[in-house]
Design a protein around this ligand. Structure first.
Ligand code: SAM
Ligand code: SF4
Length: 312
């Protein structure tokens, strides 16, 4: 670790502990998903270097943020992504990544060896035409190969992220449950959120409130596990297979149990996916080198700005 911390877990003014960091390493992407929220990031100015990301994680870790998720944009677009993972891994308990999977066939083994433990792979459809309509790419086969490479490389668990879109892919949920089960992956069904590109006239027509799906899963489950993070439910189905539900919209419980802080690709601490008016810019501190105490204060300031977005 090698750095003095600030004691135990930081808590925000609402008493929520902060134990994980979700870092966007780039806003660049090789897909064009029409609904992409880009992690709620607006107008990025450049990207943090691998060294800067590692320094941030070192400080965050000393403050109790011991889990890191890398996201983007597409994280595997970065040429130094393996270096980033190997730089971060010694400082935290767990490094995971959310990826569109198209380049995982190439990188899964190296990433695992560098210290990546878990992967979320976005797979919104198993139908080539629907996949192309959603992502703008004819790359379903590459993503399925990426899923298989991730599992073979030893990443555990592999979760398949499916943003549920009414009338577009929601009819595929039973097929996705079977596919995930056959591959030993967890299916993660995500509610379509109206953030940035996700907003617009089509949000209402495509938004599927996941409560009806949760009811169906509950009836088919032998066990339900409630995760600490955002009180997400994991349904262990009677016939095998696990489905996790990510249902943030108007969900006060989801926000009450949110324990993560975000970092934008250009180095701003971001207290909430849904807001851009309360960011703390740490890029200048990192650029100057040896951000040390100033970085610790910046983290504390960002945590103090955290507020539940959906609340009673
Ligand atoms: N490129 C990577 C990927 O697609 O997995 C990582 C970045 S992507 C922004 C992170 C996750 O957010 C993906 O699972 C993606 O499907 C999901 N996502 C993107 N836009 C969304 C939206 N408007 N509502 C809900 N989830 C969304
Ligand atoms: Fe790229 Fe992921 Fe956004 Fe799709 S959801 S455009 S893969 S960043």
């Amino acid at each position: 670790m090698g750095r003095e911390g600030g004691g135990g877990l930081l808590r925000d003014p609402f008493g929520r502990p902060v134990n994980s960091l979700r870092i966007s390493v780039t806003q660049r992407c090789n897909f064009e998903c029409f609904f992409c929220h880009r992690e709620g990031e607006l107008n990025p100015h450049g990207e943090l270097s691998a060294e800067e990301i590692v320094e941030l994680v070192e400080v965050a870790s000393a403050l109790g943020m011991r889990k890191v998720k890398l996201t983007g944009g597409e994280p595997l677009i970065r040429r130094d992504i393996v270096e980033i993972v190997s730089g971060i891994a010694p400082h935290v308990d767990e490094v995971s990544m959310t990826t569109n999977g198209s380049l995982l066939g190439k990188f899964a083994q190296d990433l695992h060896e560098a210290g990546l433990r878990r992967a979320n792979i976005s797979l919104h459809s198993l139908d080539p035409e629907t996949f192309r309509r959603i992502t703008g790419r004819d790359m379903l086969n590459e993503v399925v190969e990426g899923v298989e490479a991730a599992i073979e490389s030893g990443l555990e668990p592999v979760k398949l992220n499916m943003v549920v879109l009414r009338g577009l892919n929601d009819g595929e949920i039973p097929r996705m449950i079977e596919f995930s089960k056959e591959h030993g992956a967890i299916l993660q069904l995500i509610e379509f959120q109206p953030v940035q590109a996700g907003t617009g006239p089509y949000w209402e027509s495509l938004h599927h409130d996941l409560r009806d799906i949760e009811e169906m899963l509950k009836a088919r489950s032998q066990r339900v596990r409630v995760r600490e993070l955002q009180r997400r439910r994991q349904y262990y189905l009677k016939g095998g297979g696990v489905v996790e539900i990510v249902r943030p919209m108007h969900n006060t419980e989801f926000c009450r149990y949110c324990t993560r802080l975000r970092v934008t690709s250009d180095g701003r601490l971001k207290p909430c996916l849904m807001r851009n008016d309360n960011l703390v810019d740490v890029a200048p501190l990192l650029r100057r080198g040896g951000g040390g105490d100033a970085l610790v204060e910046a983290f504390k300031e960002a945590v103090s700005r955290r507020e539940p977005y959906w609340r009673d």
